[in-house]
Design a protein around this ligand. Sequence first.
Ligand SMILES: Nc1nc2c(ncn2[C@@H]2O[C@H](COP(=O)(O)OP(=O)(O)OP(=O)(O)O)[C@@H](O)[C@H]2O)c(=O)[nH]1
Ligand SMILES: [K+]
Ligand SMILES: [Mg+2]
Length: 366
Amino acid sequence: MGIVEKIKEIEEEMARTQKNKATEYHLGLLKAKLARYRAQLLEPTSKSGPAGVGFDVQKSGDARVALIGFPSVGKSTLLSKCTHTASETAAYEFTTLTAIPGVIEYQGARIQLLDLPGIVEGASQGRGRGRQVVATAKTADVILVMLDATKSEEQRRLLEIELDAVGIRLNKRKPDVVFKRKVTGGITLNTTVKLTKTDEKTIRTILASYKLHNCDVMIREDITTDEFIDVLIGTRKYIPCLYVYNKIDAISLELVDKLARTEYTVVISCEMDLNLDYLIERIWESLGLVKVYTKKRGERPDLSDPVCLRKGATIEDVCLGIHKSLATNFRYGLVWGRSSKFAPHAQKVSLNHQVQDGDVVSIFTK
Ligand SMILES: Nc1nc2c(ncn2[C@@H]2O[C@H](COP(=O)(O)OP(=O)(O)OP(=O)(O)O)[C@@H](O)[C@H]2O)c(=O)[nH]1
Ligand SMILES: [K+]
Ligand SMILES: [Mg+2]
């Protein structure tokens, strides 16, 4: 039996199994098995299908945003409107057959927007180019799930299933669980909160099914069984996402209003140029980039060319963002701005100091 069939079998068994206290533990086991098969399916060495690799497009700029959606929702129209790159658009499905990168310039940052082929249901299982598309989505800093506002709500859920199947978790944080493998000593399981969505027995069984007999597990939030499996698999990607409803020119105002009030949602019309600037603002916000300005000794800070970094970035990242040699020859740094303890005055800092948006930084080398 191939992996795809095995997955199907488990999914059917799960669907047949009633969810209650007595079956919770058995379901947990099935989930663990399912997650393992799915991971196998996407491994490059898997014999069950082509490799789970994305399109070969070089990452460029300060961040990457990927457009995921069913055919003809307007992905290429959006790319053509928001960047200087034209991507072919047409009324027929599967107009776009490969990844087309464009650049959004905003607030001194360069954001790569990636137009991708439309996907169909079952994309993650290797139908069409879908698998390549979802694998590319994994490399994005923000995913735009693009939807046709004139079509049913169902499309959103279907896309979520495809992304979930390749290990992408949308708008979620990594579960607060510390997991450490050991060589001996058995399993130490600690929880700092009461578990209401899973239980110790399920957790222990899942560990056993992964042949993890020696490890430390510290659970610090009320996680579900699925979230625990995610921690064990370890390759999950937690990516912020915006749901972008296009073609609002073709629906009622009531519906536009309702969609616009939904969390993580932006409504637009590419054709009528509605809300596109707002969409870019929201993308920027979701990226959560930190901009740092550099200053040479005795000069004013250079406000024209900021270094763009991820949230949580340190002085070391600032150095690496300028030139590798800066980190190796680093002596000390000076920061002005929100991350300075002595604001408005500078603080002398080392490589591991975390910077904040708007900081001005001077680096002193040996
Ligand atoms: N009414 C309306 N039509 C739009 C809008 N944006 C795009 N379209 C139309 O939708 C159709 C599909 O647009 P594309 O940009 O090719 O869609 P796509 O998602 O890139 O499609 P594939 O590459 O085939 O997956 C075209 O006929 C566009 O003119 C919009 O805001 N309103
Ligand atoms: K199209
Ligand atoms: Mg297209």
